[in-house]
Design a protein around this ligand. Sequence first.
Ligand code: NAD
Length: 501
Amino acid sequence: MSATTVAARQHWDELASRLKPETRAFIGGRYVESASGETFDDVSPRDGRLIAKVAAGGAEDVDRAVKSARAAFDDGRWSNASPRHRKRVLRRLSELLLSNVEEMALLETLDVGKPIRESLRTDIPSAANTFEWYGEAVDKLYDEIAPTSSPALAMITREPMGVVGAVVPWNYPMIITAWKLAPALAAGNSVVLKPAEQSPLTAIRLASLAAEAGLPDGVLNVVPGLGPAAGAALGRHPNVDKIAFTGSTEVGRYFLRYAAESNLKSVSLELGGKSPQLVLADAPDLHRAADAIAEGIFYNQGETCNAGSRLLVQRQIRDRFLDAVVSASKRMQPGDPFEPDSYMGALIDGGHLERVLGYVDSGRKEGAELLVGGRRVNAESGGYYLPPTILAHATNQMKVSREEIFGPVLTTLDFDDVEDAIALANDTNYGLAASVWTRDVTTAHRISRALRAGTVWVNTFDASEVTTPFGGMKQSGSGRDRSLHAFEQYTYLKTTWIDLR
Ligand code: NAD
């Protein structure tokens, strides 16, 4: 089956009924139970049913994984392999992801409840593309020689950091894992990956695909487990050189603390967001803008770090623009993620659904008007479904305007002029992304320059490729995934000065 054809629900039901996913940790090139023998329940948000019991890694498992990664790094089996060899292995891994796209997409959708169409067409192919891209890049990177005032050869070289701990969230498990692993491995590091407890299955399976692709034992280890156990053990481990973290701002703070209290390991953080979308009265095509605004918040059930969760619309077009967004949202309803045409799937779990509904309540109590949604649907399935929800006429002081909801909830605000819009947009602790809709090129430049966000889109939303860096400012973190800049997160610069006198 090609990655662009999406089979009917029955096909996925049938595959799911036969599925026996690997649930153990992968350490030193083989699957192992957790040292304690403990497991945690991996439940599907699609229907609330148990998928599998997964090895609950703890400090002992993390320590074994770090030792194995360290041994692999120190003996050079990967860190000293030629860039060309690393390229071949990463490209092969990319091919294996694509040739196993059905299985990987199924695991991803079962774990996180996103539409199978997206897992199949976007998440797994995009992860594969990331491995291919960094594989392709690594034998084309050159080092530098600095100008010096006396005869000398002052070389500036990049070296892998050593053992990288990658701790990732559940919203785009394979995409974000690939953003960390591909540059880290391409640069020659060894990795211990800690997937989110809600979405361990694709990460566990990826380990065997990497081994099949030729990645030597010990270079990639995967330890599933709970955050405060496995995640904290990795963050505090004295022999980990680097933590690459994507997740909430709250947990990002823990990782800085873990590093401060252990070995001062390098930490890069990709955190939450509350991205503003600024629509000016002269936006080129209000219908296209309304579709993109709706998609910018409702795609992936709103569980996207850069989701455009705050709509800032110029007052003179407010009412007709909100009508257009509401009508676009009607086409973006949730449904069984195995149905090929469900636009949204289920929220990650019951606790999260309650949290999101709590925000809807809070917004209404504070005076925002609920235009659509706001109530759980398809409860009979046992899954956690919420339709597109719009809270209009909010103020920027309301909780729903300030905190990351991480669900399909759009908060709308009005502004009068461009200065107002910039001030409102920047009045947030976050700084991940923003969009501006205007036909005036000067205004577009002026606003994008003034916005404190790692990405600004003009007359579009969420355009992104592996070629462009992605990351935040302020409390959205300051790490950068994607593009050649990602290598800066996984390499140390070394100066070697050779006297030539
Ligand atoms: P989270 O912070 O709860 O968890 C992320 C990871 O940290 C998981 O692997 C989890 O097990 C681990 N963890 C949790 N508590 C821990 C602790 N006490 N010590 C060590 N590790 C711990 O985030 P989440 O709910 O999985 O994901 C949603 C968040 O991720 C949102 O805030 C979202 O904006 C953010 N996110 C950011 C980006 C980005 O690129 N900036 C991308 C995707 C998601």
